[in-house]
Design a protein around this ligand. Structure first.
Ligand code: GTP
Ligand code: MG
Length: 527
């Protein structure tokens, strides 16, 4: 297909490969889950159903991605470890962290009802994610020890805190009592004041959960004599263990040894320098415009399985738009969004300090929130269609140095929309009229825009320029400054100016759009 003069904007995209032999770990954790768990009535300090839901999502992740061989989670977090030879998506960090968090979110929302049959979402959950790169198996071991130690420390603290609160203390009083206490003291407090033996509490609460694959014999069929035919199959299973970073646990599992390597020593003290590397996050260049572009993963198949209209399914596009509106309503920092097909670009202003400009935080939160909305809103747009499997998206962040270049970026996407839509409209009309897919491709090879328009008019009586604007120009989302009229009893006053999020299908290549809406891209002083 033709290149447009805007394609140069692609050169701002940067590589983010995690090179071998670094081990790849993706950690996800709930966004604002303190509030989410409170608003959804989770039991404190541990809600078994919520933890089981997290574990189920982790099992789904391991089953979906064969390269992930081990995972460990507690509370609202999970870490996924890739095998050392993984070439998953060319080891591109942003791609990997975004699609894992999106898939996890999608499964979480899809399976919610199985675990909380009587609870509706008050709002959709979302997760953060990041990639941790471990330079050696020893570093991975330290990482796992660090996460499990956090689980131990947090769980013991939270258990004490909530016992004190349940027995009449205020949250502040309980915090005051626990200030500076050591492990031993907390255990004693639990035992002496409440008769609770900490060691007897459920393993899942104290130790967290591991999911990894073990080889199991499965009966695949029975032969003519009725004897079972067995085959070794790898199956994800949930395990609890006191010390996941210990030699005795790790080295006992052949899959872990084979795909990741052996632990030579037990972990002593966790090295602070290693922890610094685990919490380090890259920041996007200051004073640049940020675009987060998300794109449906394998939507070719998803749209087939869910029988979307070809080439454009109005409801599918409306669903995408509705999710993007929700993103702009949730994140005030996003000034503009443009969407077409299974993709959406979200623009943040150059002065934005959203998540301190940490790339993985911004990408993961937007992609996860969008996915959550997509699954939650599915029924609203497709009341007759069941969601057959969890849809998910990937995302990336790209920085652009000026508002002119951001406009070129958006123009690039809109030109792409136009080129693809015109091609697809012709292609599917030819196929619907009886041509095979390869014949249709042959007919269209090398044709220019004008020839395609003529083909549509002459063969099918379709005036391309009369097709819905949403199909031809994609969807733009932004805030319009509106003055809301006052309530009837107070007609003379004007309510405060409100920003309403609008969807429009306008031409964003023309400068006139940007002149008419100066607040969208007004540059702010460099930092
Ligand atoms: P990856 O993004 O690389 O995972 O592949 P993908 O299969 O998602 O394809 P890509 O993102 O390149 O293109 C989006 C695909 O989604 C299109 O090729 C279509 O197959 C499908 N799609 C998107 N919107 C619609 C729609 O409205 N109707 C139909 N029928 N298909 C759509
Ligand atoms: Mg796609």
């Amino acid at each position: 297909m033709a290149n447009s003069k805007y394609e140069y904007v692609k050169s701002f995209e940067v590589e983010d490969e995690i090179f071998s032999p670094n081990l790849l770990v993706v950690r996800i954790h709930g966004r604002d889950f303190q509030r989410f768990s409170h608003d959804h009535g989770f039991e404190k300090p541990n809600d078994e159903r919520a933890l089981n839901l997290m574990n189920t999502c982790a099992v789904a992740v391991l089953e979906e991605y064969p390269d992930i061989v081990f995972s460990y989670g507690y509370s609202d977090e999970y870490s996924f470890v890739f095998k050392n030879t993984s070439k998953f998506y060319q080891r591109r960090a942003s791609k990997i962290l975004s699609l894992i968090v999106s898939f996890f979110t999608s499964v979480y929302v899809t399976k919610w009802k199985e675990f909380f049959p009587l609870k509706e979402f008050r709002y959709p959950p979302s997760f953060h994610s990041r990639v941790i790169s471990c330079a050696s198996i020893e570093v991975l071991q330290q990482y796992l020890a660090w996460r499990q130690n956090d689980c131990h420390v947090n769980n013991q603290y939270e258990t004490c805190l909530w016992m004190l609160i349940k027995h009449g203390k205020s949250e502040n009083e309980a915090q005051e009592i626990l200030k500076g206490t050591q492990k031993q003291e907390k255990n004693e407090l639990l035992f002496q004041q409440f008769g609770v033996n900490y060691k007897k509490l459920p393993e899942m609460f104290r130790q967290g959960s591991c999911v990894f694959k073990t080889e199991m014999e499965d009966i695949v069929k029975y032969n003519e004599n009725g004897a079972p035919v067995k085959r070794l199959r790898r199956k994800a299973r949930i395990v609890h263990s006191e010390n996941i970073a210990g030699k005795s646990f790790w080295n006992a599992h052949s899959c872990l040894l084979k795909e990741l390597g052996r632990f030579d020593e037990d972990v002593g003290k966790i090295k602070p320098d290693y922890v610094r590397s685990f919490v380090f996050e890259n920041k996007l260049i200051p004073s640049t415009w940020i675009v987060i572009r998300i794109d449906g993963c394998h939507f070719h198949r998803f749209s087939e399985v869910h029988e979307f209209d070809k080439p454009n399914d109005e409801q599918a596009l409306n669903l995408m738009n509705s999710c993007a509106v929700a993103v702009l309503e949730e994140f005030e920092e996003i000034t503009f969004a443009y969407g077409v097909s299974d993709e959406y670009s979200f623009v943040l202003k150059n002065a934005s300090m959203f998540y301190q400009r940490q790339a993985s935080e911004i990408v993961s939160v937007i992609v996860s929130f969008f996915t959550s909305m997509y699954v939650v809103k599915w029924k609203e747009f497709f009341p007759q269609k069941k969601l057959k499997y969890p849809p998910y998206f990937d995302g990336r962040a790209v920085c652009y140095p000026s508002s002119d270049i951001i406009r070129d970026y958006l123009a690039w996407r809109q030109v792409d929309c136009h080129i693809n839509n015109q091609y697809n409209t012709c292609f599917w009309m030819l196929v619907k009229s009886g041509k095979s897919k390869s014949e249709a491709q042959g007919c269209l090879k090398g044709t220019q825009a004008r020839e395609k328009n003529e083909l549509l008019i002459q063969k099918f009586g379709i005036d391309y320029s009369k097709l819905p604007l949403m199909f031809r120009q994609g969807s733009s989302i932004f805030r319009a400054k509106m003055e809301k009229s006052a309530a009837s009893e107070n007609k003379s006053s004007v309510e405060k100016v409100r920003n309403k999020v609008l969807v429009s299908h306008c031409n964003i290549i023309e400068p006139s759009f940007w002149i008419a809406h100066p607040s969208i891209l007004n540059e702010e002083p460099p930092l």
